[in-house]
Design a protein around this ligand. Sequence first.
Ligand SMILES: NC(=O)c1ccc[n+]([C@@H]2O[C@H](COP(=O)([O-])OP(=O)(O)OC[C@H]3O[C@@H](n4cnc5c(N)ncnc54)[C@H](O)[C@@H]3O)[C@@H](O)[C@H]2O)c1
Length: 289
Amino acid sequence: MSTSPFKNDILKGQVALITGGGTGINFGVGLVLGGHGAKLAITGRRPNVLEEACQKFKAQGIEAVGFQGDVRDAKSCEKVIESVLKHFGRVDLLVNGAAGNFLCAAEDLSSNAFQTVIGIDLLGTFNMSKAAFNALRDSKGSIINISATLHYGATIYQTHASAAKAGVDSVTRSLAIEWGKYGIRVNGIAPGPIADTEGMKRLGAGIGEEVVAGKIPLQRFGTTQEIGFAALFLASKVASGYISGDTIVVDGASWLSRESFVTPEIYQHIAEGRKQEQSSKPAKQSAKL
Ligand SMILES: NC(=O)c1ccc[n+]([C@@H]2O[C@H](COP(=O)([O-])OP(=O)(O)OC[C@H]3O[C@@H](n4cnc5c(N)ncnc54)[C@H](O)[C@@H]3O)[C@@H](O)[C@H]2O)c1
């Protein structure tokens, strides 16, 4: 991990539950939260993935435990929360990171496939938040929903995930206003393209960073650690205690940047023409009184 600007014990005594925490961005979030003192519980459907991830966390000195669960199933979420409470006695932070996505043209997208993605991303976020409600009310904890920027404009071949993440952002805002009175903060993080993740492998269509980077204002992919630090900021009551209902975009300004008709070459041409025009004008006479 790059040297952290935060003290390494700011989450000491806190327990974070991360859905889909065995892989990718969510695993990276776990490394940063755990690296700052949080104990981790991760959940997902594949026990071997959870086991492997916990070994990696432990190798970094992070206490971590995996509980198998499917966020689409409300009962399964309740069981996971029960297990976390039994194991650690509390839940201070819930990170809803579980998601499914793939490229598919809308005309080829089956109803079932659409429903599956809505089930994992949107219903899963609600199910786990609801299951964790009592524990979070007790700890005056918070929720971080991992969203995306797909739906800020619209994203071709991702009707399903765009709709799901739009719903996730809506849940973030609704829960923030309903659960604020219990001291529960609810926020989101919308990552842009993040290197070395399943998401980029599947959705980047094999196009490398060197090709895509030019279209990103900060000229590179983000890292899972950068999403982790955004999560750490939102997890810290001292740093972000008055932030709730917000979704922080961590995308190198990607979604703001649209392909323009005016390319850098065209702009250069215009700017040079302007310079020439100005240099050919006679110097301004000083104004006479
Ligand atoms: N990778 C990116 O560039 C990117 C960009 C924007 C948003 N995101 C979001 O970041 C998060 C992580 O994405 P990632 O690219 O690291 O992918 P990932 O596939 O590594 O993460 C998704 C996780 O969810 C788990 N999961 C899937 N279905 C589940 C279910 N029914 N119950 C429990 N767990 C389940 C998977 O096992 C996996 O661990 C997702 O919410 C994704 O939408 C990623």
